[in-house]
Design a protein around this ligand. Structure first.
Ligand SMILES: Cc1cc2nc3c(=O)[nH]c(=O)nc-3n(C[C@H](O)[C@H](O)[C@H](O)COP(=O)(O)OP(=O)(O)OC[C@H]3O[C@@H](n4cnc5c(N)ncnc54)[C@H](O)[C@@H]3O)c2cc1C
Length: 381
């Protein structure tokens, strides 16, 4: 058994740590959040480095790397905020649906421009009436011969509004079939297609990248935009969820560690009652407990990444990593808020940003309750 990274992984990590300080540093991250500004400079720098091709096979111009390299990427880039990692990770795992389920023509058409940063992807599964129960999607794609006619609404689609974005949309193509998940398909929907309206939502999280509602009104989407088989969308979405859940847990480790380190530094320097607050057991043991929990989460995350890399089914393991990564990050952010006292509420502390983001991780990409449900089912309950 070996808990260390290989030399290649270690070099990747060191390079990414340097890149993060330079291109996605503390103040830049804070400014993008406060100004609700997309980190375009970071995107440009990352595209130049070829990050978007990390998981794409070499024959399409990518690096053909694996889930462990992806997890390292997420952990490093998310140091000051998950948002900075999600700039790349969301389109990256969407592009993997094309790699795994696309036709040769789709791969040739979409992957090379994606790697060059000329095209982005976002994912739209959630709807007003279909949240945790993703199989209830009702956004209707009627078969009209050479195209689908799209009508309905999508909710909370991250980065759907960005220029050159193609929305990977879960739609209903059979409304009578039982179970309902067998009537879902996945379509590539350009966000500027006639009949598609994308509106940014005023959320307290994801303020830099943005999250949107999407309204589809008689939008004509060509048949060639179908990913995978007609009514075979559930398979595409489930395959995608393992990587999405890894993308929803590896960055927590990076951001939670930064948040905890900041709390430790503050506890060392903030003096009350004649000594640093970190010398009070009420503070020090609280932070020590959380460091122990975070180390355990990190092991769960990298075990999931390893299992995905080895192509070992890991529904249970990736759900355990996602569950604890969200809950432990939220516990850390809450403890950091407590440690910083009133100063926690100032944006300059960075703690309130971590706190907002940590809460999202217990909800987005499958809530903590849904992860427990999956784990329990896998346990035979
Ligand atoms: C900032 C942000 C970005 C997002 N980005 C995307 C995106 O890019 N693409 C996308 O498709 N979606 C996205 N989402 C949607 C996200 O995945 C959903 O919000 C999430 O899956 C929960 O769905 P819901 O909000 O409808 O909550 P609901 O499903 O209505 O759940 C409400 C509460 O009930 C609980 N609950 C529901 N069912 C059960 C059950 N069976 N047992 C126990 N408890 C249950 C939930 O855990 C939760 O606590 C995003 C959300 C946010 C906030």
């Amino acid at each position: 058994m070996d808990f260390g990274f290989t030399q290649e992984q270690e070099m990747w990590r060191t390079m990414l740590q340097d890149f993060t300080e330079k291109e996605a540093g503390r103040e830049y991250t804070r400014d993008c959040d406060l100004e609700k500004r997309f980190p375009q400079e970071l995107w440009d720098a990352g595209v130049k480095q070829g990050f978007l091709g990390l998981l794409i096979p070499e024959e399409y111009g990518g690096m053909g790397s694996d889930a462990i390299m992806y997890a390292i990427f997420m952990e490093c880039l998310a140091k000051y905020s998950y948002e900075m990692a999600s700039v790349f990770s969301v389109p990256m795992f969407c592009a993997m649906n094309i790699v795994e389920h696309g036709t040769d023509q789709q791969k040739e058409r979409y992957l090379p421009p994606f790697i060059k940063g000329e095209q982005r992807f976002s994912i739209a599964i959630t709807e007003p009436e279909a949240g945790s129960d993703a199989s209830a999607v009702a956004c209707m794609a009627e078969d009209k011969g050479d195209h689908f006619l799209l009508n309905g609404q999508k909710q909370f689609s991250t980065a759907a509004h960005l220029p050159g974005n193609i929305i990977m949309m879960a739609v209903r193509t059979d409304k009578d079939v039982v179970p309902a998940r067998n009537g879902i398909s996945v379509l590539l929907v350009p966000n500027d297609a006639p009949g598609i309206e994308v509106k940014r939502l005023p959320l307290i999280v994801r303020r830099a990248v943005g999250t949107c509602s999407i309204f589809c009104g008689d939008a004509k989407i060509p048949k060639e935009n179908l990913i995978g088989e007609l009514n075979g969308g559930w398979r595409v979405l489930i395959g995608h969820l393992e990587l999405e859940r890894l993308a929803g847990s590896a960055p927590n480790v990076g951001e939670a560690q930064c948040c905890l380190d900041d709390a430790v530094e503050y506890a060392k320097t903030r003096v009350q009652f004649g000594r640093p607050i970190g010398k009070q057991q009420g503070i020090s043991h609280m932070l020590a407990d959380l460091q122990a929990q975070l180390d355990a989460v990190r092991l769960l995350v990298y075990r999931s990444a390893w299992m995905i890399t080895q192509k070992i089914p890991c529904r249970r393991e990736v759900s355990m990593a996602k569950l604890l990564a969200g809950e432990v990050f939220y516990a850390i952010a809450t403890a950091a808020m407590q440690t910083f006292g009133g100063y926690a509420f100032l944006p300059e502390s960075d703690v309130e940003r971590h706190w907002r983001m940590a809460k999202l991780f217990t909800i987005g990409g499958g809530t903590s309750q849904i992860q427990r449900l999956i784990i329990a089912r896998e346990m035979g309950l």
